[in-house]
Design a protein around this ligand. Structure first.
Ligand code: CA
Length: 440
């Protein structure tokens, strides 16, 4: 039987397809098989929709104005009018796929339209990258089971996972206003830090990162009308990387009983390109079977097709560059290598669960996966885990040590989809450098 995802593999995924944009061929992130969507400002120009191709960005409004798109693809590009992609995301898979098909043909080697497409390209290095959508709501889940176990072990060594974990996809409502695109500096938050003599207000002393995947919501649902699990995947318009910066000392003091608040809401960084489900079709994976003895998901979260191909085979990486390393010309230090396969719940299960009470999801809403740690010590998606609760510092080639992030430290998240017989694609960068706290 040909699975649904495999049936969606078409000529746009053909590893033999090359682009006349020479830098796209062999590009680690943006070969012609990717074609991610974003919002960019070319030099002196207003923000507009763009598509990454090699080290160039295709200007979607310019392409549309040149009459190079037709039918559903033209409808998709027209919806991307202005500085956000919300309306395009809301159109769902049909127009998005039509756009991909026409873009791929226009950019492929041998395209008769090369001469007309070429003037619609900008050098990516000259463009500013923005958030791709106006994020109405942001929810952060906790589906990385090894992270949940590692964190739980610090508090409950014998019973690290709480009893609800394997029944319900845990999440909390995050803050949308402080989500920033890659490259935006992150100001260390001030807050209440616990002290034996009582809390004191000042700069966070345990600043951390979290390696996460972000999910962009597509069409979404009306208030009161849940999305069935079998339809949930069609409401995911794409993926990005997400760094859920975390102030652990502030978090430890404030989180009871209502969960994270100011320890998280000061900033979250995302990679600015929306990697579409179409681009990721060759990299779908079966959801790993639950270990013996784990409960089956309740029926509203269980769908055979989702279990068969609702996972994603994505290699994830965290890199750290400190001022000391930069001074000595040292390359970034790899803090962790993990994978999106360590999700206990699928993206579709997150969507179905989120809407199961009737809560409406809207185009451009963002869901975070939660920290995706691997089960091994080299796969920890946060410093809290890497340092075993701040006990074991990370030693760097510069001679520096880190338990928590210091001012001037830069965290870079990367994601890469690879499979034999397919052209690899990447997500681009999710980068942020820590600035000193306000007033210090
Ligand atoms: Ca998180």
């Amino acid at each position: 039987m040909v699975s649904e995802a495999m049936s969606r593999i078409d000529e746009t995924h053909d590893p033999k397809r090359r682009s006349w944009v020479a830098s796209a061929n062999g590009h680690p992130d943006f070969p012609i098989q990717n074609l991610p969507l974003g919002v960019v400002s070319p030099p002196g120009g207003a923000p507009r929709a763009g598509v990454a191709i090699g080290d160039r960005i295709l200007d979607l409004p310019a392409l549309l104005a040149a009459g190079l798109l037709s039918g559903e693809a033209a409808r998709a590009a027209a919806a991307a009018d202005g500085a956000t992609l919300n309306a395009l995301l809301g159109l769902g898979a049909g127009p998005r796929r039509a756009l991909r098909t026409q873009l791929s043909a226009l950019l492929a080697e041998g395209s008769a339209e090369r001469g007309r497409v070429e003037p619609c390209l900008h050098a990516a290095a000259d463009c500013a990258l923005h958030l791709p959508a106006r994020i109405g709501d942001y929810t952060d889940f906790y589906v990385g089971i090894h992270h949940a176990t590692n964190v739980g072990r610090v508090f409950r060594p014998d019973n690290p996972l709480l009893p609800n974990y394997k029944h319900v996809p845990i999440g909390y409502h995050g803050r949308a206003s402080s989500i920033v695109p890659s490259g935006t500096p992150i100001r260390r938050p001030n807050g209440q830090r616990p002290r034996p003599e009582g809390p004191s207000f000042g700069p966070c002393e345990r600043l951390d990162y979290e390696l996460e995947l972000g999910l962009w919501i597509g069409p979404g649902n009306d208030l009161g009308a849940p999305i069935p699990i079998g339809e949930a995947a069609s409401h995911i318009a794409g993926y990005c990387l997400l760094n859920d910066w975390s102030a652990r000392d502030i978090q430890a003091w404030e989180y009871q009983p209502l969960g994270p608040f100011l320890a998280k809401s000061f900033a979250s960084t995302i990679s600015p390109w929306i990697i579409t489900p179409e681009a990721l079709a060759p990299f779908r994976a079966a959801q790993p079977p639950r270990p013996e003895g784990d409960p089956q998901p309740l029926p509203y979260l269980l769908d055979a097709a989702d279990q068969a191909e609702g996972g994603l085979d994505l290699a994830l990486e965290v890199l750290l560059a400190t001022p000391g390393m930069r001074e000595k010309g040292l390359p970034p230090h790899r803090l962790a290598r993990s994978s999106a396969r360590h999700m206990y719940w699928t993206a579709a299960q997150m969507v179905a669960h989120h809407s199961s009470n009737g809560c409406n999801l809207r185009p451009g809403d963002l869901l975070g996966s939660g920290t995706l740690s691997a089960p091994d010590p080299e796969g920890c998606g946060s410093l809290l885990e890497t340092t075993r609760g701040w006990q074991q510092p990370v030693r760097l080639a510069s001679g520096e040590e880190r338990r928590a992030l210091e001012d001037g430290d830069e965290i870079l998240l990367l994601a890469r989809a690879e499979r034999q017989g397919c052209t690899s694609i990447g997500f681009g960068e999710c980068r942020g450098c820590v600035l000193p706290a306000h007033g210090s």
